[in-house]
Each structure stands twice: as structure tokens, then as C-alpha cells.
Design a protein around this ligand. Structure first.
Ligand code: BTN
Length: 252
């Protein structure tokens, strides 16, 4: 599997395919300590047995049907306070990939879930190692549902379900790596305003009245912005408050 390399400069040029592993994010972290992984090295598996999601959740993916992989990034001089740009890069790359297909309703659900309509097609888990005020390395894990057509979780979908086609995983993987590299190069060349604008343009519910839960309380508010710290700015009765992912849940 994954023998044809992507047409990229560095992302995926060092490629490690393992038929099965617990979590590609964990494996990249382990390997980065034990061996030499270059900037942009990718670990991909067909069967992730203990996939990890955000907030301690698990990520379930049927063996051999989807993309489950992680990229090691070693950004030069990325300040911790700008780390949200890695979330923007990854989310936009997945959106760019999906937009090549005639699919309606592709959106980023803050901070980095990718939805088609009301269903989640992709989850992203970014784990950063920090040294003083800089990001030393980042492991960017992506679970993108491609050919799986039945899910236990009712709000999950796949590219095959939304397009009614079947896809070659190696080909999809290579296209996605190219999209990730394009967005990452925008970031590395300082196109932060371009990235932020594109992120907001694709943000689910921007400017709309939505339901949130914070401190176990449900409330309605309008999504005004996502600030540079990655906090969502919600207007509730003309009072604007910025919330981190730990402080608020966005009910879809
Ligand atoms: C989420 O939506 O909660 C994030 C899910 C991230 C899943 C991917 S699959 C590849 C990588 N390895 C992991 O263990 N998790 C990420």
C-alpha cells in the first residue's frame, strides 16, 4: 500500500506505511524520539486499533477503507501564540481536497472538524511539543473517511457516501498531501492573512445564531470570529466573549 509517492517537495517524501498500529500520532511521536524523522515525514496505516481524537475521545475507522495518518512538522520559529495556524493549514487542506468533488456543504466546524452538511467526514488531532515560547515539533494527525459506507456513529460520513463513488486510497492520499503542502507553504511564507480569511470563509455558522454549551449551560449566540489564539468569539446579546475549546461546545 501507498507505494506511489506524492508530488510534493517534502511532505510525505519520507513515508512509513505500517499495516496496523495503535495510533499514527503516537507512532510518529515514538519514532521521532528513537530515529531520524525528517520534516514532513508521514506515518500511515490501514488499521488503526486505538485511534485518538480530541478531548480524549477515540477515533474509529474501518480497516482498509479510510485514510488514517500523521505528519511530523518541524516548523522554524513558530511561536506558541501562533500555533492555531497549523489547525488552519490542516483544516483548509482537507477542505481544498474535498472541494475537488461535486459535494455541497463542506465546512470547518470550529476548531478543526470537517463536516459535509450535518455529518463529520474528517477529524484532525494536532499535538505540539513546546520548547519555551516555540513549537519544537508538531504531529498533525488526520482521519479522513473515504470508502467506509456504514458507521456506528450516526453523524459520520465518508467521501464515498457523499459522492456515491469508490476511491483509490493511494491516489486520495497523494492529492491530500499535496493540498497540505500547498497550505503549509502559504503559512511558511507568511501568508497568514490569506489563511485566516480562507478559514473564516469556510467556517460553519459564521455570522449565524447558533447553540453553544458553556459551564453546562446552553445558550444562543452568533459566531463573530475566531481570534489568532484560535478562540471562538461569540456574541451573546451584544456581549462578545472569546472561548477556548475547553470552555465551550458548539452544538450542531
Ligand atoms: C477528532 O475529531 O477527535 C480527531 C480525530 C483524529 C484522528 C486521526 S487518525 C490519524 C491520527 N492518529 C490518531 O490517533 N488520531 C489521528
Amino acid at each position: 500500500m501507498y507505494k506511489i509517492p506524492a508530488n510534493t517537495l517534502f511532505i510525505g517524501q519520507q513515508l512509513i506505511f505500517v499495516p496496523e498500529c495503535h495510533s499514527t500520532n503516537s507512532l510518529v511521536s515514538e519514532l521521532s524520539v528513537k530515529s531520524t524523522l525528517t520534516d514532513g515525514a508521514v506515518v500511515i496505516t490501514s488499521n488503526q486499533t486505538a485511534g485518538r481524537g480530541q478531548r480524549g475521545n477515540t477515533w474509529e475507522s474501518a480497516s482498509g477503507y479510510n485514510l488514517t495518518f500523521s505528519i511530523l512538522l518541524k516548523p522554524v520559529s513558530l511561536l506558541v501564540k501562533n500555533q492555531f495556524y497549523l489547525t488552519i493549514v490542516a483544516s483548509l487542506a482537507v477542505v481544498d481536497f474535498l472541494k475537488a468533488y461535486p459535494i455541497e456543504g463542506i465546512k470547518i466546524k470550529w476548531p478543526n472538524d470537517i463536516y459535509v452538511g450535518k455529518k463529520k467526514i474528517c477529524g484532525i488531532l494536532i499535538e505540539n511539543s513546546i520548547h519555551s515560547e516555540y513549537i519544537q515539533q508538531s504531529v498533525l494527525g488526520i482521519g479522513l473517511n473515504i470508502n467506509q459506507r456504514t458507521f456506528v456513529y450516526p453523524y459520520a460520513t465518508s467521501l464515498s457516501l457523499v459522492s456515491n463513488e469508490k476511491f483509490d486510497l493511494n491516489n486520495s492520499f497523494n492529492i491530500l498531501l499535496e493540498k497540505i503542502e500547498q497550505r503549509y507553504l502559504q503559512f511558511r511564507t507568511g501568508k497568514l492573512a490569506v489563511l485566516k480569511k480562507a478559514y473564516l470563509e469556510n467556517l460553519l455558522g459564521l455570522g449565524e445564531l447558533r447553540t453553544f454549551i458553556s459551564n453546562k449551560q446552553k445558550f444562543e449566540g452568533t459566531i463573530e470570529d475566531v481570534n489568532d489564539k484560535g478562540e471562538i468569539v461569540v456574541d451573546e446579546n451584544s456581549i462578545k466573549t472569546a472561548f477556548s475549546t475547553k470552555e465551550i461546545q458548539f452544538v450542531i
